[in-house]
Write a protein that binds this ligand. Structure first.
Ligand code: 5GP
Ligand code: MN
Ligand code: MN
Length: 478
């Protein structure tokens, strides 16, 4: 472990005030000894830098998938006071509301026999992929405004899904407070042709099997059984969200100086939550977040149609378990020293993990806590977990968002050969379809931390509890 950091629990570490100058609160992160060698000093420094920002409450936090990001570390969670505190695009990430959804099917692995290649090819044809992947939908500027306000509901109202899908999304698939006026013409232009597209690289549509049920009661509540075939969608707000982040970073870089916020790193550009600049970013961010929920809804719709056609099953036999955001800032009520207080929670590569009975989770799941979806990699397990009371107490109701990268994209390309990898995965029964083998190299299982160990840490630390382990069977990548 790095020097200057204190162990405060089996899996809990503290970055004391003074690790970098002007920290207002300590940093805290969750990590096992096994994962210690993956810890980058730069990411810990970023965690400490976040602790210097005005109005930060309690701790600057990071999950075991922590790694270096733009300004804030990925895997980072930080809550800010609504009057003294700030809002920062670096605490959300460029892919606003990147997130994951998990859908069950009535199929078992045996039903896929002899049809896996066909279904993967048809999914690849039905869901546009790649950096410049173009939408099959015709979306007008007026439609786009509605998408940014209504989120997933926009798609459901157009027949791209069913009403029941909406309650099974975080925030019912939209956040209030969208301000489409805070989305530039350029951002709109980028978003118009991309609704319902997966994007590139790390984004995927994956067929999985529920290999192991760890918590049978919770699995029953979530509607998943051992041996069941599922699919998972991971993507975000495409060019629209990226442009919203880029545009507002520029204005917030000067706003920080205007409000007298001293930044240890320009990438922490921010403004008071309650300032014209802060509110404008929030309204633009919400618009992009809602676009992302509509995006995942459209992709799920296309995938359902493919499964229905290939396997002769009904559209509504494919049940959405849940949809989570892992790059977003939200106004939430949390217990601060015994008082229920509204704070601005930034989750950047972190997943909300609200525990049992917490307002804001679907009624059908209230007794268990919200579903938490943690992808692994195209060659390792992904997990379904549930939120906990401990997460409410320690991490503003948050947990990790994935395994977390250990090798940069450029390094990965040098070390891994895409074609060999594709053949190796095929040997293990995992069919991969991508635009190019070089994309595959960037996304090889080895570029990520071992998902099982990352998830073990959040499970043992109590930040979320494992419900089921899902193994990959086939994946389409952007
Ligand atoms: P991010 O949003 O940070 O790009 O990615 C979230 C997580 O998705 C990564 O940390 C990694 O664990 C996981 N991931 C990336 N590619 C794949 C994939 O092809 N399949 C699965 N199941 N997970 C992936
Ligand atoms: Mn993303
Ligand atoms: Mn993501």
């Amino acid at each position: 472990m790095l020097t200057g950091i204190n162990k405060i629990g089996d899996l809990e570490w503290e970055v004391p005030i003074g690790y970098v100058p002007e920290m207002r609160v300590p940093g805290r992160f969750f990590l096992s000894r096994e994962l210690a060698e993956t810890l980058e000093e730069g990411a810990v420094r970023q965690l400490a830098n976040v602790a210097t920002l005005p109005g930060i409450v309690k701790h600057s936090l990071a999950m075991p998938d922590i790694h270096w990001g733009y300004g804030f570390p990925i895997g980072g969670v930080a809550a800010f006071d609504m009057t003294e505190g700030v809002i920062s695009p670096g605490g959300v990430g460029f892919d606003i509301n990147c997130g994951v959804r998990l859908i069950t099917t009535p199929l078992t692995e045996a039903d896929l026999a002899g049809k896996k290649r066909e279904v993967i090819e048809r999914l690849f044809a039905a869901v546009p992929t790649g950096v410049g992947g173009k939408s099959n939908l015709r979306v007008s500027n007026k439609d786009l405004t509605a998408v940014m306000v209504d989120g997933a509901r926009w798609a459901v109202e157009r027949g791209l899904g069913i009403e029941a899908d909406l309650v099974r999304c975080e925030g019912e698939g939209a956040m209030p407070g969208a301000d489409p006026g805070a989305v530039s013409a350029k951002a709109r232009q980028r978003g118009l042709p991309q609704l319902g597209t997966l994007g590139a690289g790390n984004h995927f549509l994956e067929i999985q099997v529920a290999r192991e049920i760890v918590d049978p009661e919770a699995a029953k509540t979530f509607g998943i059984a051992e041996g069941q075939v599922c699919f998972m969608v991971h993507c975000g707000s495409r060019g629209l969200g990226h442009q919203v982040a880029t545009d507002h970073l520029r204005t917030l870089e000067s706003a920080a100086a205007k409000y007298g916020v001293r930044l240890p790193d320009r990438q922490l550009a921010c403004a008071p939550v309650d300032s014209p600049e802060g509110r404008a970013y929030y309204g633009g961010m919400v618009s992009a977040a809602n676009y992302a929920w509509a995006n995942r809804q459209v992709i799920m719709h296309e995938a359902r149609k493919v499964f229905a056609e290939v396997f002769g099953i009904e559209y509504d036999e494919m049940r959405l378990i849940y949809d989570v955001a892992h790059n977003v800032a939200k106004f939430e009520r949390h217990d601060v020293d015994g008082v229920l207080t509204e704070v601005c929670v930034h989750r950047k590569g972190a997943t909300r993990a609200f525990g049992p009975g917490v307002p804001g989770i679907p009624r059908e799941y209230a007794a268990v806590g919200q579903p938490v979806i943690i992808p692994g990699s195209m060659g390792t397990s992904s997990y379904l977990l549930h939120g906990t009371k401990a997460a409410m107490e320690k991490t503003w109701g948050s947990t990790c968002h994935g395994a977390g990268r250990v090798l940069s994209r450029s390094k990965a390309k040098k070390e891994v050969k895409g074609r060999e990898l594709r053949e190796q995965l095929a040997g293990a029964g995992i069919l991969v379809r991508a635009h190019s083998d070089s994309v595959l190299a960037e996304e090889a299982p080895d570029v990520y931390k071992p998902s099982g160990e990352v998830v073990r840490v959040v499970h043992e630390a109590g930040l979320s509890k494992i419900v089921a382990r899902l193994d990959p069977l086939g994946v389409i990548k952007g």
